[in-house]
Design a protein around this ligand. Structure first.
Ligand SMILES: [Zn+2]
Length: 600
């Protein structure tokens, strides 16, 4: 059993809280004067069945024994656990598997690093790399830039890399996990990348997470990447961010291009604040890399495709940039790599003439439509309104709603209403699930549903965006709440671990190692629906908990008598949340609610 569980099992909430608060019975529960704020009327409740506490007064918070000690003693999680462990006579074991999660990930980074070095060596000096060297020279890439970006070459062989890495002492299964070698169903394995130009991809800290690879013959696909691995998540990568970050910060703006060579060529020409999006739509996770570096984002788009793309790609950008995001319009059919190689002055001019992304989207969407027709009008709304909806700045939103209304010759209020509907659709009301029987009295030493939910988020980073409606309030166990809060700030497990208190490492390892029902690992859709189910269950549970607590408080008040009619009125109105319960107690502070014996 984990230390946290053992401590929780040995120390009951009533026994603990009683040391600080004089508790009196109130139905099945206990209540007393809140130890965290000053009050005359007891609004602090302890629920022995759930092993939780809640203050319905000014604090409005609650939790388990750990959060109680954290709040009461003003200490962090680790210290609270140490205090409780001492009290329970549980010795805090030295961690059995120190930093195992980090170690495993570090080994993948190490394998990628070794592969990068080897590919790079083959490109620079091996006979087999001649063709690739010729290709780069033909594209005007200097050897300095090849070295700067550590480009490489994977030879046309089934086992060169595999043999090299095995020779360095790495286990085959770890090499497979790093994505460099593919396992055959019939057994055995072979090199993933063959006869390709290799682009090592780094995270913002410069650690190699995976590779992009361009075919040097007519192999298909022309470009391929490492598969999803514990350290490589394509949807969160911005190619070149590790090299570009200081230039982005210094110039306070970033240019987002598409390909590897766009980034490299720009860098070679002195544009170091350029990163590659590696694909079509920009994701929130990619934008998170830029957060903190700059708010000024410029997308380089091909003029031919730009109209559609600006509306599609712009959404994540708009949601993340305070300032207006802008678009660089490239000459038709050309990518930045070509433009810069042909005419650096033209590129500089294009950057200077960048236009606000929404203005451009308007122009290109409305320009193609006949807005006197109802169908085209609604098409324009469909394409443009979601982007307006994403804008963070209300003044900008106002401006563009106005602009759209004028362009379409519509009433502003109609568009406002449509915008409102989009907002509500975002909140996604969930279908009611059959209500479960409340569980029997048990000590809340752990919560499988909380753990399952966290394990999914930790193991499959791509699920992150689905967890938007989760809040720390959904987690009753303090250890889970701590992990959740940490995860929200840094989803990367190794970063997360380094930020969490040491006492949580064991719990984090346990979460990361949790086994999933069959099929979850292979099926992305199954994973998303599993997470959605968890979130639904956690929300239901929070609501039920609220209901039960409300009931307990009402019951206690009924016993006290004298306020029956007020309570009935409240019950009729339906008190549904802690917030409303808080109001009950705030009201109680008024004359009407104070019992005579409590008057001083
Ligand atoms: Zn309180």
């Amino acid at each position: 059993m984990s230390t946290i569980r053992e401590v929780k099992q040995r120390i009951g909430i009533v026994e603990l809280v009683s040391e600080y608060v004089a508790l009196q019975k109130s139905g099945r529960n206990l209540k007393g004067l809140c130890p965290f704020h000053s009050e005359k009327h007891a609004s602090f409740f302890v629920f022995p069945e759930q092993q939780t506490w809640h203050c319905f007064g000014a604090c409005g918070t609650g939790g388990d024994i750990l959060s109680f000690v954290m709040k009461k003693e003003g200490v962090e999680f680790g210290e609270a656990l140490r205090l409780l462990a001492e009290k329970a006579g549980v010795s805090l074991r030295p961690r059995e598997r120190p930093d195992r999660v980090t170690e495993e990930r570090d080994e993948l980074f190490e394998i990628n690093e070794a592969a990068t070095e080897y590919y790079h060596h083959l490109l620079l000096s091996a006979k087999v790399g001649e063709g690739a060297r010729g290709y780069l020279a033909g594209r005007g890439m200097t050897s300095e830039i090849v070295k700067e970006f550590r480009l490489g070459f994977s030879p046309d062989s089934w086992d060169t890399m595999k043999k090299y890495l095995l020779g360095k002492g790495y286990e085959e299964k770890r090499i497979v996990e790093a994505g460099l070698v593919i396992e055959k169903e019939a057994g055995g394995s072979y090199d993933r990348f063959r006869n390709r130009l290799m682009f090592p991809i780094s995270d913002i800290r410069g650690r190699i997470t995976g590779f992009g690879a361009r075919a040097l013959d007519d192999a298909s696909p022309k470009y391929m990447n490492s598969p999803q691995t514990p350290v490589f998540d394509k949807s969160s990568i911005l190619y070149g961010i590790d090299r570009a970050k200081s230039a982005i910060r210094k110039n306070d703006f970033v240019i987002i291009v598409e390909g590897y060579t766009d980034v490299i060529t720009a860098y070679q020409s002195g544009w170091q604040n350029v990163v590659g999006s590696m694909g079509t739509a920009l994701t929130d996770k990619q934008m998170a890399n830029i957060k903190g570096l700059t708010n000024n984002i410029t997308l380089a788009l091909d003029a031919d495709l730009a109209g559609e793309e600006a509306t599609l790609r712009g959404r994540a950008v708009l949601a993340h940039s305070n300032a207006e995001a802008e678009v660089i319009l490239l000459p038709s059919g050309k990518d930045p790599d070509q433009v810069i190689r042909e005419d650096q002055a033209l590129w500089a001019k294009l950057v200077e003439q960048a236009v606000p992304i929404m203005d451009f989207a308007f122009q290109s969407v409305i320009g193609k439509l006949d807005i006197s027709r109802a169908r085209d009008k609604s098409l324009a709304i469909q394409k443009l309104l979601p982007s307006i909806h994403e804008m963070r700045d209300p003044a900008q939103r106002f401006h563009y709603v106005d602009k759209l209304a004028r362009a379409l010759k519509m009433e502003r209020s109609d568009l406002e209403a449509a915008l409102h509907r989009l907002k509500n659709a975002d909140k996604k009301p969930r279908a009611a699930k059959p209500v479960e029987q409340p569980s029997l009295a048990r000590r809340l030493v752990s919560s499988p549903i909380e753990e399952h939910c966290l394990a999914l988020l930790l193991r499959y980073p791509e699920l992150g965006p689905l967890a938007g409606e989760l809040s720390s309030e959904h987690f009753q166990c303090t250890e889970n709440r701590e992990v959740f809060d940490g995860w929200r700030d840094s989803p990367d497990v190794s970063v997360l671990q380094s930020r969490l208190d040491d006492s949580l490492t064991e719990h984090l390892c346990y979460l990361v190692d949790r086994t999933f029902p069959p099929g979850i690992g292979e099926d992305e859709r199954k994973r998303s629906s599993e997470l959605e189910y968890c979130i639904l269950r956690l929300s239901e549970r929070a609501t039920r908990r609220c209901e039960a607590e409300k009931e307990a408080v009402l019951e206690a008040e009924r016993e006290r008598g004298g306020v029956k009619s007020e309570l009935t009125k409240l019950e009729e109105q339906g008190i549904g949340s802690g917030q409303q319960l808080q109001e009950v107690f705030i009201k109680k502070g008024g004359k009407k609610w104070i019992q005579p014996r409590e008057r001083t």
